[in-house]
Design a protein. Structure first.
Lengths: 624, 550
């Protein structure tokens, strides 16, 4: 959510009241914005030897582009308070009737195809207004324009340039001008180098850098206005003295292009000598059928259902009452003369967040007061609760392990590749059990989604080395494997894992925990059990020794063949690990569900653990 | 001895043949009616005496009283005065012996001599005669010395008022002394009886329990669990899972069905598009969402059979007889539901409502790209699962309630309140003609169950709910209202695209599991609650969770 800082004294003056902090917080709360901070009592930055005036930092909902500046916040609150009504924005051609024109070249389709413009005549800037104008462009660039990728704004002193204008796309070497606040002219390529190290502008360079053509706006004398979305020219820059502002807007998204235009002119036309008048600009863009006058400030006409609004709000307001409420939220609403259930509604161009009558309904509820709505929750139907079978199973395992004296832990699910593999002496994931890899983690701690619970257990012990030994911990949670046959190309698998750590290896204790939890799930131990099932034909489990030497990948295959061993798991000390097998019914095949054993000393070393330990990990979904 | 408990024999002699202190006390009490222990056993430390007395007193063999008193002790300077006389006495004595003593005499220049000189003047023992001192009297009475000698002998001043003056002059200080006076108790005996510490099988078998003397139990010590380690060998569940269990019970009490959320990886379609989050929404930034690089992309949206079977299995309608259900096998029922759904049509609806508008919505009006829907993400909320479940509901639209509590992932910069993973609690209620005030009433009921009585609702923005309400509650510690959850009614653009009927409205609400837990238990750093850095001692000692009672 964007946070907007506004001058506190100016805002209270605009609202016609000196609010206490609590009063203003309540106003914000009711309207649906949030007072984040009042800097009155804190140290404020000093600019040019003067301490900044107290500010209110206000959090604005991400879709309210009409509240990204002082002017918009003051206007919306004043309308909400009933102190103002929504202004009518009017388009006013120049006295001679000749609109400024901008001709869009077809080449712009290669890089940034859409163009819009507007002129604010006889505007009167003060320092505060000027700064707000600049800040609004910045906020729009960050939010709506997604860091200038979708939309970019340029503003110019119209008295320094001369129409008609052209919007073109040219090879960077052919573009030559002095950028904002620079005296030396550069070509497009040089500008890319020049701004490479600029903290502010460097992040926008990739938007056009590698394109064969760069977007560029010229006036009739081939004076450059701007090279969107990077920089304006120094020649046409606006100052506090500027009276006539030419706004250029370029975009890759048509909807956001016009929205940006609407927000800029609706917020700042109030400072024109004829408030709320805007001079339109003729865009000539026949190649993509975008020839038109901009901006189009016609409110959007729609309708809303009285019964719909009343039904969801739990109210029985009359159409005219609803219209009065909606006027406080910027709408021009009137009861339909023909249909008693219909409101005829004009939505001003500033309210681009309104997509559906649901949005109008919500505004009616806001105007009524969320906390004043009748709170009735009917009990229409009896509902039957149900627990997820997988979670019920996990709860059995968790409770049994805890009752057996083990402590539950909750490590993180994301981990580094090494923790999950190399540190467990697993050189790389087998093809049938690849991990899900992250594209954009902020730290090396989070490279993959874990495929084993063991690293998290060992890290937990590492962080608790001051705790008395033995430590006995367990976790029942999910790991994730790639599974290309599925829509999401991955699947979760619920595992049970435990670790004993102390002055002895704890191998028998871990084995005992396995017997306990499987026993509690009605599994019967069938020693040397290949081919056997449990009592009364139920689930039987057995364990088989696993080779634990560390081999290269090729050697693994060789050793497997020579020793005729089912599995090799170098996480464990050789000769001290076992694979866990189950057979559910006499006819079902034996299934290997996990392993346990004494941790190999090299694994202990990787996790910085001085004492021995044993771990157990198994897939529990077979018990579902 | 205090602290010795359980089935251990009580030794009558602890110091190898030497007489035990308890025996000495018994001996003394036998001979004297009152035994002041400080005097009877001057070289034995008070704590040892106390332990022995307690041992006897617990058997009512002796009784004792405790006397606290302040004793006066001389300081080094005070001791010197008591031994050699006061400063003024020493000055007078020197003057008297010399007859006439020059003011420059070395015996008069040190600090104490100057003090003594002044006092001797005041007492009119000496006077100045030119540049020398002469004595005025032949004999003096050195009161200071006498009083200090008395204090030394009796550990107190004759006149208690003097204490303040002498303390101020740093000649004495006081020490608190506890002394005991012992006498015979109601069960007086001169010898310790033979005692047994515990009832044993042998005592029961031979009947000797009837006559045995049982060692008194020390009710001031804590018990033991008998196992090894700090926690006495007990197991423990994780505090966060204990809170999770409380929330699950609340959901079950309110008739909610648990959603199958074991699916961390999801597609852009389910995590965002299906929820009407536009493809350029900031939440979809690399800054906020973990994208998956391998595997590269998701398949087109479709039915997830394993999830569908579980949903069918849980969906047992109480009102229906088995005979009403043509197929009671969950797998078959899941297939029947899937057959009623058209995922391609759903996808097309989602595209249309984003790109061009549909269902009375003007839409976001931007070019919708398939590639964006195929991007794999680590789910940023469990609402991705809710979307799947709600879409399935369109096969048989009806009132229902679903919930889940599971892990979600955000590409956050880790700090005290943010981890890249946390748990989301989410509830979904679908019913006909739901109202916004009804959601408030429901949430009040829900939060009352975790001991949060008063809620306020703030209008908010959320791409998939309209209206959207943030839930605020009073925070005692911070002395202000704080946000504790989010809620709203799912947008028509989301529900109608799924094929749900217009009058079936759906509430959604969510909160993190960690935040209320941290508020409840005053934990300021989330890393102390989730992840491998959590202290095992904290897990072992964290009390049972009773949200409605705390």
């Amino acid at each position: 959510m964007p946070t907007i800082g506004v001058n506190k004294a100016d805002l209270y003056k605009a609202l016609g009241k000196e609010y206490t902090k609590q009063e203003f917080e309540e106003l914000c709360f009711d309207f649906g914005i949030e007072l984040d901070e009042d800097t009155s009592d804190s140290k404020r930055p000093i600019v040019d030897g003067v301490e900044e005036a107290p500010q209110l930092k206000i959090e604005i909902p991400a879709n309210r582009y009409d509240m990204l500046c002082f002017e918009g916040i003051a206007m919306n609150l004043n309308i909400f308070l009933g102190r103002e009504s929504m202004p009518n924005f009017t388009l006013e051609p120049p006295p001679n009737g000749q609109l400024q024109t901008v001709t869009v070249s077809q080449d712009t389709e290669r890089i940034r195809p859409y163009f819009s413009a507007a002129i604010l005549r006889n505007i009167h800037f003060t320092k505060a207004r000027y700064e707000s104008f600049i800040a609004l462009q910045d906020k729009l660039h960050q939010n709506l324009a997604r860091q200038r990728t979708l939309v970019a704004i340029g503003t110019h002193d119209l008295d320094t340039i001369e129409g008609p204008f052209t919007y073109e796309a040219l090879p960077p070497e052919e573009i030559q001008f002095a950028p904002l606040n620079q005296t030396k002219a550069m070509n497009g390529k040089q500008m890319m180098d020049f701004y490479e190290k600029d903290k502010h502008l460097s992040r926008y360079l990739p938007i056009i850098r590698d394109s064969p053509v760069y977007p560029i706006i010229y006036d009739k004398n081939r004076t450059v206005l701007s090279m969107p979305p990077i920089i304006n020219s120094n020649h046409s820059k606006i100052t506090l003295q500027t009276r006539n502002v030419f706004i250029d807007i370029t975009a890759t998204d048509k909807t956001k292009l016009e929205l940006t235009n609407h927000i800029l002119v609706s917020m700042f036309s109030r400072y024109c000598s004829e408030p709320f008048t805007i001079e339109p600009v003729q865009i000539i863009s026949p190649h993509n059928s975008q020839t038109r006058q901009t901006p189009d400030l016609t409110p959007r006409h729609t309708s809303a259902s009285v019964s719909y609004i009343n039904s969801i709000c739990g109210l029985s307001s009359s159409p005219s009452t609803l219209c009065t409420s909606l006027a406080r939220m910027c709408y021009d609403a009137t009861p339909s003369p023909t249909d008693p259930d219909t409101l005829s509604i004009s939505i001003p161009v500033t309210r681009a967040d309104v997509l559906h009558q649901a949005d109008i309904m919500e505004d009616a509820a806001v105007a009524y007061g969320f906390n004043a709505l009748p709170r009735h929750f009917p009990r229409t139907t009896a509902f039957t609760a149900a627990a997820l079978p997988l979670n019920k199973l996990a709860d059995i395992l968790r409770l049994e392990a805890a009752m057996a004296g083990w402590v539950e832990v909750m490590p993180l699910i994301l981990c580094s590749h090494d923790e999950n593999y190399a540190w467990l002496n697993h050189p790389s994931p087998p093809a049938n059990a690849k991990p899900v890899r992250l594209q954009n983690p902020k730290t090396a701690e989070y490279q993959i989604v874990r495929t084993s619970l063991i690293p998290g257990l060992l890290k937990t012990i590492r962080e608790n080395k001051r705790h008395a030994v033995p430590m006995k911990i367990f976790e029942v949670s999910d790991v994730v494997f790639q599974d290309l046959g599925r829509e999401r190309r991955a699947r979760n698998e619920r595992h049970f894992a435990a670790c004993w750590y102390g002055k002895t290896s704890g191998f028998e204790q871990v084995h005992g925990l396995l017997d306990r939890v499987v026993g509690m799930l009605r599994g019967t131990f069938v020693a040397g059990g290949e081919g056997k099932v449990g009592a009364k034909g139920g689930l039987g489990y057995w364990i088989e020794e696993v080779e634990g030497r560390i081999f290269s990948r090729v050697m693994v295959l060789v050793v497997k063949a020579l020793l005729m061993l089912e599995e090799i798991d170098p996480t464990y000390l050789p000769g001290h690990s076992a694979a866990i097998y189950i057979r559910q019914t006499p006819s079902s095949p034996a299934k290997r569900i996990g392993t346990f054993g004494i941790l190999h000393p090299t694994v202990l070393k990787k996790f910085e653990l001085p004492f021995p330990g044993s771990v157990l990990e198994m897939d529990v979904e077979v018990f579902l | 001895m205090p602290g010795t408990r359980g089935a251990v024999p009580v030794p009558l002699h602890t110091n190898g043949g030497q007489r035990d202190l308890t025996e000495e006390i018994l001996e003394a009490v036998d001979q004297h009616e009152h035994v002041p222990t400080a005097e009877a056993f001057p070289s034995t430390p008070q704590d040892k005496i106390k332990a022995a007395l307690d041992r006897l007193a617990s058997r009512q063999m002796v009784e004792y009283e405790t006397h606290d008193k302040e004793e006066v002790h001389l300081t080094e300077e005070g001791q010197a005065i008591a031994d050699e006389g006061s400063h003024e006495y020493k000055v007078w004595d020197a003057v008297r012996k010399a007859g006439r003593l020059s003011l420059k005499d070395p015996s008069l220049v040190n600090a104490s001599a100057k003090l003594g000189q002044g006092n001797a003047f005041k007492l009119k023992w000496i006077k100045k005669d030119g540049d020398a001192l002469v004595s005025l009297t032949d004999s003096v009475s050195d009161t200071t010395r006498q009083q200090l000698q008395h204090a030394q002998e009796h550990r107190a001043f004759q006149d208690p008022k003097l204490l303040k003056d002498y303390s101020k002059r740093k000649l004495v200080n006081t020490q608190k002394v506890i002394a005991y006076v012992a006498r015979k108790g109601p069960r007086w005996a001169k010898e310790m009886p033979v005692e047994v510490t515990d009832l044993t099988a042998e005592l029961i078998a031979d009947g000797s329990w009837k006559t045995a003397n049982f060692k008194p139990y020390n009710f001031k010590a804590k018990g033991t669990l008998g196992g090894e380690g700090v926690g006495g060998g007990t197991g423990a569940l994780h505090p966060l899972n204990k809170v999770r269990e409380e929330f699950r019970k609340i959901f079950f009490n309110m008739g909610f069905e648990e959603m199958p959320t074991a699916r961390f990886v999801d597609s852009g379609f389910w995590n965002f598009d299906a929820l009407y989050v536009p493809q350029q929404h900031p939440a979809r930034d690399l800054q906020d969402t973990f994208y998956v690089s391998d595997p590269p992309e998701a398949g087109p949206p479709g039915a997830d059979e394993s999830m569908d079977i579980v949903l069918a299995e849980m969906d047992v309608d109480d009102d229906q007889d088995e005979s009403d259900h043509p197929s009671s096998d969950p797998a078959t029922r899941a297939k029947e539901t899937t057959a009623k759904l058209d995922y391609q049509a759903y996808y097309d609806n989602v595209r249309a409502v984003h790109q061009d508008g549909k269902y009375g919505s003007i839409g976001y009006r931007y070019p919708y790209t398939d590639a964006e829907t195929r991007r794999l993400v680590l789910r940023t909320h469990t609402t991705a699962i809710s979307a799947y479940v709600l879409h399935r509901l369109s096969a048989d639209p009806r009132p229902c309630r679903y919930f889940s509590i599971d892990r979600v992932f955000r590409n956050e910069t880790v700090d005290a309140t943010h981890l890249a993973e946390f748990h989301q609690i989410e509830g979904v209620i679908a019913d006909y003609n739901l109202t916004l005030g009804g959601l408030q009433a429901f949430l009040k009921r829900f939060f009352r169950n975790i001991g949060v009585p008063d809620l306020k609702f703030k209008p908010a923005y959320n791409p998939y709910t309209e209206p959207s309400m943030e839930v605020f509650a009073w925070h005692e510690g911070l002395n202000k209202i704080v946000e504790i959850g989010n809620s709203g009614m799912f947008r028509p653009e989301m529900l109608l695209a799924m094929g749900l009927p217009e009058d079936l409205r759906v509430y959604g609400f969510g909160l993190s599991l960690e935040r209320p837990t941290m508020i409840k238990y005053g934990i300021s750093n989330i890393r102390e609650l989730l992840g491998h850095k959590v202290d095992l001692g904290f897990i072992e000692s964290n009390p049972a969770v009773r949200l409605d009672r705390e």
